[in-house]
Ligand binder design. Structure first.
Ligand code: GDP
Length: 415
């Protein structure tokens, strides 16, 4: 079954050729610190009720068939009792930049009569991926680290036009401190322009009311105005109203476009006037992929790891300090410093323990090998002793020694 299957086993990697420019080859420009040579790993998760166009959107973003559209199950069909986790990996290359892309799908989410704990298997999967990473970090050999952490979670909101549903709020509240949440309004072509605007405002109001953190490009991350303006344009579109399509249709002016055709006209996926697909893809792939990876590593994973270390016994006092009291402030700074030291110590301890274990394992192995060698030698000597005993007995009893095969001839020749 696919339950939690995405965490540890590596899915088979499919090599894909791209139909046209996707944009991730801009990644080296997004990277400041990390090595480009190793290639990039990016894990995108999609969550939302079945039939909301998750597979189609992923395929539209990456211009390739990563996950085949699924048949929407009939209402009432028994498709299992829990949300499944399915991951597909592909290695795609663009302008010499290699991207190891994993798409994690979560079929079953929101599809049951009782959807109360739908978020749980998804949270478990995200945490299992963090654990797998933590385990690698504690290994002595850290050269071949595989980053299977989820870097972005695209959450598909049903285009009801009303407000968020309890299941949406529950999911986002449970997950927002664990993963970069990117809410999108699915199948935006089923709403009118005005409906989309109104719905977006309501969704944002709900998100704010429930104090949910969603991923958003930083307003002033770099000093140039162009980037700031670009980011602002992206931010203004959140939550992205998206349309996906793997079909090429004819626009009224005769152009062949990716889109969906209706009696009243054609919705173009790549037309910013028609939907926010372009902005979503720009953020996810062309301008903020590295930001998503960094935030996952520096903030979300870091918080998870500290929490885990704390649970393992590194207690940290959580008392709140008053800003106004300089002595308290100083004490707080000292405390932070101590905490940092304690954390480092705990980490070093973990690594140390790991090393000791590995050493012990090795010693045990060589000890066993020594024993085995000793046993072998003892056996060989014992055999020799028995043979000598035998010879001795035969000589004593006056029986001739039976020469070994071939030795007769040699005796004869020697004379
Ligand atoms: P998933 O179950 O969420 O992965 O959904 P699929 O990607 O398999 O899509 C389910 C159905 O919705 C398919 O028939 C798609 O062609 C259709 N679909 C996908 N995206 C859109 C969209 O943006 N608008 C409309 N109207 N239909 C879509």
């Amino acid at each position: 079954s696919g339950l939690n299957g995405g965490a540890s086993p590596q899915p088979a990697v499919i090599r894909k050729t791209l139909a046209s420019w996707v944009g991730f080859s801009n990644l080296p420009n997004q990277v400041h610190r990390r090595s480009v040579r190793r290639g990039f790993q990016f894990v995108a998760m999609v969550v939302g009720e079945s039939g909301l166009g998750k597979s189609t959107l992923i395929n539209t973003i990456f211009e390739t068939t990563l996950s085949p559209p699924k048949v929407v199950p009939e209402p009432g069909t028994d498709r299992g009792k829990t949300v499944e986790i399915q991951s597909t990996a592909a290695e795609i290359e663009e302008n010499g930049v290699r991207l190891k892309l994993t798409v994690v799908d979560t079929p079953g989410f929101g599809d049951f009569v009782n959807n109360d704990d739908c978020w749980k298997p998804i949270l478990d999967n995200i945490e299992a991926r963090y654990d797998a990473y933590l385990e690698q970090e504690n290994r002595v050999n850290r050269l071949k680290m595989v980053d299977n952490r989820v870097h972005a979670c695209i959450y598909f909101i049903q285009p009801t036009g009303h407000a968020l549903k309890p299941i949406d709020i529950e999911f986002m509240k449970r997950l927002h401190t664990k993963v970069n949440l990117i809410p999108v309004i699915a199948k935006a072509d089923t709403l009118t322009e005005e409906e989309v605007e109104l719905f977006k405002r309501r969704v944002l109001a709900d998100i704010e009311h429930h104090e949910i953190n969603i991923f958003s490009p930083p307003m002033y991350d770099r000093d140039d105005d162009e980037t700031a303006q670009e980011n602002e344009e992206i931010i203004r579109k959140i939550p992205f109203a998206v349309v996906g399509s793997d079909q090429v249709v004819k626009a009224p002016d005769g152009r062949n476009v990716r889109g969906r055709s209706y009696p009243w006209g054609v919705i173009e996926v790549d037309n910013e006037q028609h939907c926010d697909f372009v902005k979503l893809r720009q953020m996810l792939v062309r301008t903020h992929m590295e930001e998503l990876r960094e935030k996952t590593n520096d903030v979300l994973y870091e918080d998870y790891r500290s929490e885990k270390l704390r649970a393992m016994g590194v207690t940290q006092d959580e008392s709140v300090f008053k800003e106004t009291n300089p002595a308290a402030k100083q004490a707080e700074e000292r405390k932070r410093h101590d905490e940092k030291l304690a954390k480092m110590e705990a980490e070093m301890k973990m690594v140390f323990q790991q090393k000791v274990q590995e050493k012990e394992q090795k010693l045990k192995q060589s000890e066993e090998e020594l024993y085995a060698r000793h046993r072998e030698m003892k056996e060989a000597l014992e055999k020799q002793r028995l043979e000598l005993d035998d010879k001795k007995r035969r000589i004593e009893s006056g029986r001739p020694l039976t020469p070994e095969k071939g030795s007769k001839k040699r005796f004869g020749l020697g004379k």
